[in-house]
Design a binder for this molecule. Structure first.
Ligand code: IVH
Length: 676
């Protein structure tokens, strides 16, 4: 029997009540009813919905239980890049930051800048897209440009509204924030996991990252994740307040959870006081923070300050000092890295530091070992900061035992036996075995497959070891010649896993030029340098033949890095691997290569009306790739309004404010002129 109006009304009423109590509980932290009462309402709604399935809606509070597992996550291109933050490690760094801000805003010594201060949550960044107030997509940050679609998982998080409360929100609104586990929730979850023999997580941050990347969202639904929002991304079809602190307040009225410790202050000295207060409060908080974030409060001033490649000039993270512990150095082993670098690694008597058990620490290189005056058997002080590998910071001299053992660099590589050399004037000792060294081969293949490189799902450390040890592959290029038959011969490799790996390999072949360059594992070429190289040379071939001089033209590349890159492309072995990769079908779309990323830094564009030869999103992405900001509303600070067909009120506003207007053709010329 179809639901009567009375039933439909009752369902609507229950939903409204549940949403309201959810808001009181999660967003305001002021529950008015007991958990039992909440459960009663929830089950009443659930019962009606199962009797009248036609009344179930996507944003009903009952729809948070997760759904059928996914095969894999699809990719999400962020319409506006998700930036990271520059770090300050002390008061002086903070004062320098404030000076830079004041200089750029042409403020005098005495005019304090208004900053919003917020705890820096040690969790995982996510983007939530709301269309007409409905949560339509959740995504991870990924590399800042492309993330993964984790909609199914974020829908299970009770602190994230499936529908915004109230009214007045923009038609499209992207909320950004940090998803995390409360410490109490984390501990309980780990205790339960231990009892039932499941995997225990090392720390709340890893647990949050792992839980958000769970393909089976029904599992995510069982874990107590929560979120604090800290900014917005895309804003279209509506306006937000003009100060960051007011935006946060506004978000709260729409049901978004905001950190109650966020506050706006005037001047850098007040920021430093806030930092001290948070450092003091830190042990009593029910979540991990690794510092505080300061943001210039005025959105207009943020626009004037603009951004560098990956970080805004208007915000900074003031990090807390690392946490320390004391333990005994039991042994030192030498690991061989991707480029042959031999790194001494401390094996320690396990010790808890900041809630994590530490049993290994990096010693960086032999100079560091000498500097510390370290001997095996010593008692040492170790530090860990957030997710960084712990390090040994000093030796407790008066606890040195009678019997100690010196730490010596081996003459021969522990993996392949080749000679180990430490060139004069350099601190790093290297195995000279090159790709003959199985350790270097394994590391370079691991790097090639890693998430920010070709992102080959399912190719884990153990499998790489097996493949190299069984001599099935020697280089990354050989991966694409593996057959199902070869794979199933491997121990513990079922036909299904073999097929999954082959599928993942096939998928990874379509990549981007920056990822490809990064995946090659050239010394000193990290992800951001790879991106700069791709943007500068616009293709692999020009990069392969570039000399040191032209390499130095690339932003952020100096003589040393230029030399390493040129040297890499002069080696026959490297060229053979690259040619084999290309022959095996690894490739990218040419359009992935952008123009000068700083060409339009500091300029703000507003797009309005219908564009004919490119979509609005494409125009936006291309402008952003040149460093421009694209905003949804026109103000006196707007640099240009791009008016397509049937442009309306924004065009009128631009004209009245005297903001210059471009037509579509002029926009295209501008983009092409800068290579976007
Ligand atoms: S603002 C452009 N605010 O820290 C501003 N980030 O190192 C982008 N984070 O990726 C971030 N708490 O995951 C901001 N209150 C906060 C934060 C915060 C934690 C994380 C975030 C970001 C990373 C930057």
């Amino acid at each position: 029997m179809p639901a009567s109006k009375k039933i439909a009304d009752e369902v609507a009423r229950l939903r409204e009540q549940l949403n309201h109590h959810n808001y009181l509980y999660h967003t305001l932290d002021q529950p008015e009813i007991s958990d039992v009462e909440f459960d009663r309402l929830f089950h009443a709604l659930k019962a009606l919905e199962s009797e009248y399935p036609e009344l179930v809606t996507d944003d009903s509070p009952t729809q948070r239980v997760g759904s059928a597992p996914l095969e894999s996550f699809s990719q999400v291109e962020h319409e506006m890049p998700m930036l990271s933050l520059d770090n300050a490690f002390g008061d002086e760094d903070m004062r320098d930051f404030d000076r830079r801000v004041r200089t750029r805003l042409a403020r005098s010594e005495h005019e304090g800048i208004r900053y919003t201060c917020e705890p820096k949550i040690d969790g995982v960044a996510v983007s939530l897209m709301y269309d007409d107030g409905k949560l339509v997509r959740g995504a991870t940050r990924g590399d800042g440009t492309t993330g993964e679609d984790i909609t199914q998982n974020v829908r299970t998080i009770e602190a994230i509204p499936l529908k915004l409360k109230g009214e007045g929100y923009p038609a499209r609104l992207e909320i950004r924030g940090e998803v995390y586990f409360s410490l109490s929730g984390f501990e309980k979850m780990n205790a339960d996991a231990q009892k039932s023999g499941q995997k225990v997580f090392a720390n709340p941050r890893n647990a949050a990252a792992g839980t958000l990347r769970q393909l089976d969202s029904r599992l995510t639904a069982q874990r107590p994740l929560t979120m604090f929002a800290y900014s917005v991304g895309v804003v279209e079809g509506g306006e937000l307040p003009t100060a960051h602190s007011d935006i946060l307040r506004k978000l709260k009225t729409w049901g978004i959870r905001i950190n109650p410790l966020a506050e706006a202050v005037d001047g850098v000295e007040a920021c430093l006081k806030y930092y001290d207060r948070m450092l003091e409060q830190r042990p009593s908080l029910d979540y991990e923070i690794d510092g505080v974030v300061f943001k210039v409060d005025s959105i207009e001033e943020q626009g004037t300050l603009g951004m560098l490649t990956r970080t805004p000039r208007w915000a900074i993270a003031h990090k807390f000092p690392a946490e320390e512990g004391v333990t005994v150095l039991e042994d030192v082993e030498f690991q061989v890295g991707r480029t042959g670098a031999i790194t001494p690694v401390a094996r320690l008597k396990p010790v808890p530091v900041g809630g994590v058990t530490i049993s290994n620490a990096t010693l960086h290189n032999m100079d560091e070992v000498d500097r510390l005056g370290l001997m095996i058997g010593d008692t040492v002080v170790i530090q860990r900061a957030g997710d960084v590998i712990p390090k040994v910071v000093s030796v407790v001299q008066d606890r040195r035992p009678k019997k100690t053992r010196a730490i010596e660099l081996p003459d021969a590589c522990p993996a392949c036996g080749s000679e180990v050399l430490k060139p004069e004037g350099e601190v790093i000792a290297r195995c000279t075995g090159g790709l003959q060294c199985s350790a270097q081969r394994k590391e370079s293949i691991r790097h090639f497959a890693s998430r920010l490189a070709l992102d080959i799902e399912g190719l884990g450390d153990k499998l790489v070891n097996q493949l190299v040890d069984e001599a099935l592959i020697e280089s990354p290029a050989d991966l694409f010649e593996l057959t199902e038959w070869q794979l199933v011969q491997l121990e513990r490799m079922a036909p299904k896993s073999a097929n999954n790996l082959l599928e993942a390999l096939k998928k990874s072949k379509t990549t981007t030029l920056p990822r490809f360059i990064y995946s090659l594992g050239i010394q000193e070429v990290g992800e951001s340098t790879a991106r700069n190289l791709a943007q500068f040379f616009k293709g692999l071939e020009p990069l392969r033949v570039a000399d040191e001089e032209s390499l130095q033209e690339v932003p952020d590349i100096g003589p040393i890095v230029a030399k390493k890159i040129a040297h890499f492309f002069q080696q026959d072995v490297n060229n053979q691997v690259i040619d084999q990769l290309l022959a095996n079908g690894v490739g990218w779309e040419e359009e992935a290569e952008a123009g000068n990323p700083e060409a339009l830094v500091g300029e703000t564009y507003v797009l309005t009306g219908t564009l004919t030869s490119l979509t609005r999103n494409e125009a936006k992405a291309r402008l952003q790739s040149l460093g421009a900001k694209v905003s949804g509303s026109v103000s006196a600070k707007t640099s240009y309004v791009v008016a397509g067909d049937a442009a309306g009120s924004k065009l009128t506003k631009a004209q009245s404010l005297g903001v210059p207007v471009l037509d579509e053709q002029q926009l295209i010329e501008l983009l092409e002129q800068h290579g976007a």
